[in-house]
Design a protein around this ligand. Structure first.
Ligand code: 13P
Ligand code: SF4
Length: 310
């Protein structure tokens, strides 16, 4: 018997008073069935304000951890617990702790793409949509460690004119854009406007007319009078972008790797499938669990971020 995942998930959501939060990099069917689709900041805000009893997070591990930290008494589910992130992987907690100890007097601003343990060692969390604001919220003379994304860190340094000590992490997806292929593509489409996510490398960002978070990119393309865009971020964003802009030509920026879609795909994000989502709500597993002590420590820098970006 084949299962109608859409109908079954809708039924289960109602029965269990569950909310599905999904990131823009999820596969199209998951975005379509979600109650809310957003960028990391939007998803954190939604997680903080939901009345649902159960949160099903169609995203990656650090996102569902953030939802759990904001809702310690709720059941938080993630369709695949192995859906990680190269930025989180690049920041082992013991090494990060030593790095912080080697920089006394520095405030630690950490990108939300990190583990709960790393959050617990940080002063303020940020996302790509509020990183500039968070850095600017500290006095000019304050010395700052920015982790784990060096590309976002460099972008924020340029935007704020401040010097920061950067951790050496990167997103495997955004580092995979090919400059050579991008130049060839732009030659073929001279009218196309390049937009990019700040996790991309500096040489890619230099070609972009607009740099922003996934929500920022979606808003920019929607409000622009231009008709053709080359989009340098994970290809899942094209689902929402094309439904918002049926009359515009949207071209995914080319990846160095010759993969099936010739574009950038996050294999962590794509670990979630409709089948896993269905089984996860039905069986209420896998469940994200964190100790009370870790939740309390990791909550403080997230709360600071939410207060600054309210
Ligand atoms: P945003 O949606 O916050 O821009 O984050 C992008 C990303 O890479 C999430 O993993
Ligand atoms: Fe992590 Fe990059 Fe995937 Fe986002 S796109 S989850 S930053 S590996």
């Amino acid at each position: 018997m084949t299962i109608d995942y859409i109908e079954e998930i809708k039924k289960l959501k109602k029965e269990k008073n569950a909310v599905i939060l999904a990131h823009f990099y999820q596969e199209a069917a998951i975005q379509d069935i979600a109650d809310y689709v957003g960028d990391s900041l939007g998803l954190s805000k939604k997680a903080a304000e939901t009345n649902a009893e159960m949160i099903v997070f169609a995203g990656v591990h650090f996102m569902s951890e953030t939802a759990k930290i904001l809702n310690p008494d709720k059941k938080v589910l993630l369709p695949d617990l192995d859906a990680g992130c190269s930025l989180a992987d690049a920041t082992p907690v013991s090494e990060f702790k030593k790095f912080i100890e080697a920089h006394p007097g520095y405030k630690v601003i950490t990108y939300i793409n990190c583990s709960a343990e790393v959050k617990a060692l940080s002063d303020i969390i940020c996302t790509s949509s509020n990183a500039v604001k968070i850095v600017n919220s500290l006095p000019k003379e304050q010395k700052i460690i920015f982790a784990p994304d060096k590309n976002l860190g460099r972008f924020v340094m340029k935007e704020t004119g401040r010097d920061m000590v950067l951790w050496n992490g990167a997103c495997v997806v955004h580092e995979a854009f090919s400059m050579d292929k991008l130049i060839t593509l732009k030659q073929k489409h001279p009218e196309a406007v390049i937009v990019a996510h700040p996790e991309s490398e500096d040489h890619i960002l230099k070609t972009a007319s607009y740099i922003g978070s996934t929500t920022g990119l979606l808003n920019y393309v929607k409000n622009s009078k231009e008709k053709e865009f080359i989009v340098a971020t994970e290809a899942g964003i094209l689902h929402k972008m094309s439904s918002d802009n049926p009359d515009k030509v949207l071209i995914p920026a080319p990846s160095k790797e010759d993969n099936t879609c010739a574009c950038a795909e996050c294999h962590f994000m794509k670990m979630n499938t409709m089948e896993k989502l269905y089984r996860c709500i039905k069986n209420e597993t896998p469940e994200l669990k964190l100790s009370k002590e870790l939740i309390e420590k990791a909550y403080l820098p997230i709360k600071k971020m939410l207060d600054i970006s309210a």
